[in-house]
Design a protein around this ligand. Sequence first.
Ligand code: HEM
Length: 400
Amino acid sequence: MTTTSTPLDKWEMHPRHFWLRGIRPEAPVEYDPEVGMWHVYGYPETLEILSDPATYSSEVAARYVSPEQAAVAFDGNLTQADPPEHQKLRKLVGRTFTLKMVAELESRIAALTHELLDRIEGDTFDLAEALAYPLPVIVICDMLGIPREDRELLKEWADQSLMASTQLTTHQGDKAQEESLDTQAEAAMAMGFYILELVTRRRAEPQDDLLSRLVEAEVDGERLTDRQIVNFANLLISAGHITTTMLLGNTILCLDAFPDVDRRVREDRSLVPTLLEESLRYLSPLAAGYRVTTRDVEIGGVKIPEGDVLEVWFSAANRDARVFQDPDVFDPARTPNPQIGFGRGIHFCLGAPLARLEGRVAMNILFDRFPRLRVDPDDKPTFLTSPEFTGVWRLPIRVN
Ligand code: HEM
C-alpha cells in the first residue's frame, strides 16, 4: 500500500516527535545535554532495556522529587517499582483486575458508548469531549466504585495534572519543571485524600467494586496498605483514561488521513482489532517511559554511566525500519505487528485488555452510527502538550 500524506502533514503534533514525520534517528541511543538524559529510539535497544529491570530501574521518580516525597507519592505505583517489590504489588493488584472482569464489561461499554453518542446534537462536535474522554473515565470510575456525582472533581484533578506536564530534565533548579511537578503533586494529593476517604469507607463496609477488592486482596499473608491502594487507584485513574482517549482519537485521525483504510475497515470489520494495533504503533499514545541505569552499561553502541536517566521512546521504536517493513505506511492488516505501545516485560500495561476492548467496541459503534466521520476541515484538532503523550485534547468532527 502506498500513501501520499500522513496525519502529521495536516496537524501540528509535538515538534520533538520527528520520527512521526518519517525522519530516522541518527543513532538508536543518544545523549541530549538539553534535558540531561539519553534518548532511546531503537526497537531492539528498547526491548533490551524493558527486559532487564535489574540494570534499567523504574525507580526514576526519586531523581525529580525528594526521596521522602517519592516514598509517599509512589509507594504502590507499579510503574515506579522494581522487583521484588514490583512482583508483589503486581500479584496483589492482578488478583483484582482480571481478564474475566474486563471481558464482562463489554455490554456495559457498548451501552455507555451509545448513551454518550445519543447526547450529540448537530453534525459537528468535539469527539474527545463527547466520547473519547468520558467513556474510559466512566468505565474506570465504575470499576473502582467512585460515585458518579464526583466525576467532575476527578476530571479537574486529572486535567490539572495533564496540562502541567512538560518535558522532564535532570537539571536541578529548573523552575518550570519544579512548578509543573508541584502542580501535578497538588492534584495527585487532592485526588489521594479523596480516594483515602473512599478506602476507609470500604474497609468498614465492603462493596462489589475494585476498591473493596484492593482492600481485601492478600498474597502470602500480605495486604496492600492504604497508601498503596490510594496510589494504585490514582495510577489507574490517570493511566486508565487519558491513554484510551488518545487511542480512540488517534485512530480517528489516521482514518481521516487515510480514506482508503477507512473504506477497507468499514467493509471488513474483522480488521478493527488490527486497525487498533496499527494505530498504537503509528501514533503511540504513551510516547515514552523512563528508566535509570543501576550500573555502567553499553547499549546501542554507546557507554552510559550508572545513575543516568533514559527516556525510552516506545513511539520511535514503533517506527524502527529494522523491525517494521515500511514503518511510515499505515496498514490496518499489518502482520506481524509486534508494536510496543503497551510497553513490554514486567511493566507491560495492566490495562491493555481493557483499552483494546474499549477501542474495539467504540470504533465499531462509531462505524455503525456514522457512515461518514471526518475531522472538521474548518476546525483544527489540538494536541496534549507533553512530549510524553501523542494524542488529541480536542478533536472537532464533522459527520455529514
Ligand atoms: C503501564 C500504555 C491503557 C494501566 C503501561 C505502559 C505503557 C502503557 C506503555 C508501560 C510503561 C513502562 O514500561 O514504563 C497504555 C496505553 C493505553 C493504556 C497506550 C491505552 C491505549 C491503560 C488502562 C489502564 C492502564 C486502560 C488501567 C485501567 C496501566 C498500569 C501500568 C501501565 C497500572 C503499570 C504496569 C506495571 O508497571 O506493572 N501502560 N496504557 N493502562 N498501564 Fe497502561
